[in-house]
Design a protein around this ligand. Structure first.
Ligand SMILES: NC(=O)c1ccc[n+]([C@@H]2O[C@H](COP(=O)([O-])OP(=O)(O)OC[C@H]3O[C@@H](n4cnc5c(N)ncnc54)[C@H](OP(=O)(O)O)[C@@H]3O)[C@@H](O)[C@H]2O)c1
Length: 319
C-alpha cells in the first residue's frame, strides 16, 4: 500500500510517498481502508522535529491520528460484522496518511446515518476539542465571545457552537478570505488580528469568553479584549508557543484562565466526545470547514498550506 512517510525531521519536503506492506490485523485489531485522513497543525510541528522528545516520534514514521473509511479485515477476537462497515477512528499509533491503517476495535465508531466519511474525518480531532472547550466555558445567550484563530479547525467549530448558544460572536483571523469564511460560519463580527483594528482594541471589545488558540504574543494580546472576570481558554500554540499571560493581571482582573490540559483526554473520554461531535454534525448543528482534499502524494503540500496559513479550513488526505 502507499503511505505518506516522514523520512526525517525537516520541512514539508521530508514527506515522501512510499510503498509499505499491507497491514495485517493482529488480535483485537481491524484494517480500515482509508477514505479520508485528517491533518492537523501539530503534525507539522512534530514533523519539523519540534519537541521531539516530548512526542516520542522518530523518523521514518507515517503521521495521521484520525481516519474515516471502511473496515476491510478483522483480526482474531474481533466481531466479524465490522467488515464492510463505514467507520471513523482515532488510530492512536499514527499511520493515518495511508491507503490502509490498523485500528484497535475499541476505537471504531460507526458513522451516524447520512454523515459523509470526509465530514467525520475532519471532526475527529477538532470536534472533541471544540465541544470540550465550549462546554467548560459555560457560554450563555447574550455573552460576547471572541474566537481566534476563527477559521482554524477548532476555532471554526467554536464560532458555530457559540452562535448556536445565542452568543454575540467575534471571529478573529488573518486576511479577507478567512474573515469571509468566518462570517459564513455565522460570526456576528470579524476582525483581522494582523491589522490596525486589533491593535486599537476592536472598538473596546470586552468579551465574556475568549477561545484563544494561536498562542505567542498574538494570543497574549487577546487578554486585553476580555472583560474582567471573563473565561479565557488558551489552548493552542501554532505561533510557536503558548500565550504567556501575566499571572498578576489574570488575578487582579479575576480572569478564569484555562489551558490545553482541558483537552488532554483519556481514550474513553475522547471516544465519547468524538461520538458527540459526529452526532452534532449529523444533526446539522456543526460543520467542519474543509478547504481542500489532496491525494497522498501531495501530503507535503497539505503541510505547507497549514504552515503558510494558506488553507481556509482543513486539509484532508483522500488516498
Ligand atoms: N485541533 C485540536 O483538536 C487541538 C487540540 C488541542 C490543542 N490544539 C492546539 O490548538 C492550536 C490550533 O489548532 P488547530 O488544529 O485547530 O489548528 P488551526 O486552528 O488550523 O491553527 C492554525 C491557525 O493558526 C493561525 N496562526 C496564528 N499564528 C500562526 C503562526 N505563527 N503560524 C501558523 N499559524 C498561525 C493561522 O490562522 P490565521 O492565518 O487566520 O492567523 C492558522 O491557520 C494548535 O496549537 C493545536 O496544537 C488543537
Amino acid at each position: 500500500m502507499r503511505v505518506a512517510q516522514v523520512t526525517r525531521f525537516g520541512g514539508p519536503e521530508v514527506i515522501e510517498t512510499v510503498e509499505l506492506p499491507d497491514p495485517v490485523p493482529g488480535p483485537g485489531e481491524v484494517v480500515v481502508e482509508v477514505a479520508a485522513a485528517d491533518t492537523i497543525f501539530v503534525e507539522t510541528q512534530v514533523r519539523s522535529g519540534w519537541a521531539a522528545e516530548m512526542w516520542g516520534v522518530t523518523p521514518p514514521y507515517v503521521p495521521g491520528g484520525a481516519v474515516a473509511g471502511v473496515v476491510a479485515a478483522t483480526g482474531e477476537g474481533v466481531d466479524p460484522s465490522w467488515t464492510g462497515r463505514t467507520v471513523a477512528a482515532a488510530t492512536r499509533q499514527g499511520g493515518g496518511y495511508a491507503e490502509r491503517v490498523l485500528v484497535p476495535e475499541g476505537e471504531l465508531l460507526p458513522l451516524p446515518s447520512g454523515l459523509a466519511p470526509e465530514t467525520a474525518a475532519a471532526l475527529l480531532h477538532d470536534g472533541p476539542t471544540a465541544l470540550t472547550l465550549f462546554t467548560n466555558a459555560q457560554v450563555r445567550a447574550g455573552h460576547s465571545v471572541l474566537v481566534l484563530p476563527a477559521a482554524g479547525g477548532a476555532g471554526s467549530l467554536l464560532v458555530q457552537l457559540a452562535k448556536a448558544a445565542g452568543a454575540h460572536v467575534t471571529g478573529a483571523a488573518r486576511g479577507k478570505r478567512k474573515l469571509d469564511a468566518v462570517r459564513g460560519l455565522g460570526a456576528d463580527a470579524v476582525v483581522d488580528y494582523s491589522g490596525p483594528e486589533w491593535a486599537d482594541g476592536v472598538g473596546g471589545l470586552a468579551a465574556d469568553v475568549v477561545f484563544e488558540g494561536v498562542g505567542g504574543e498574538l494570543g497574549a494580546s487577546a487578554l486585553r479584549l476580555a472583560a474582567d472576570g471573563a473565561r479565557v481558554a488558551s489552548y493552542g500554540a501554532p505561533s510557536g508557543g503558548f500565550a504567556a499571560h501575566d499571572p498578576a493581571e489574570v488575578e487582579r482582573r479575576g480572569i478564569r484562565l484555562s489551558g490545553i490540559e482541558q483537552v488532554q483526554f483519556t481514550p474513553e473520554r475522547h471516544r465519547e466526545m468524538t461520538a458527540r461531535a459526529l452526532d452534532e454534525a449529523a444533526a446539522g448543528r456543526i460543520r467542519p470547514l474543509i478547504a481542500q482534499r489532496l491525494p497522498l502524494n501531495r501530503a507535503a503540500e497539505a503541510h505547507t498550506s497549514m504552515e503558510t496559513r494558506a488553507a481556509v479550513g482543513k486539509t484532508l488526505l483522500v488516498p
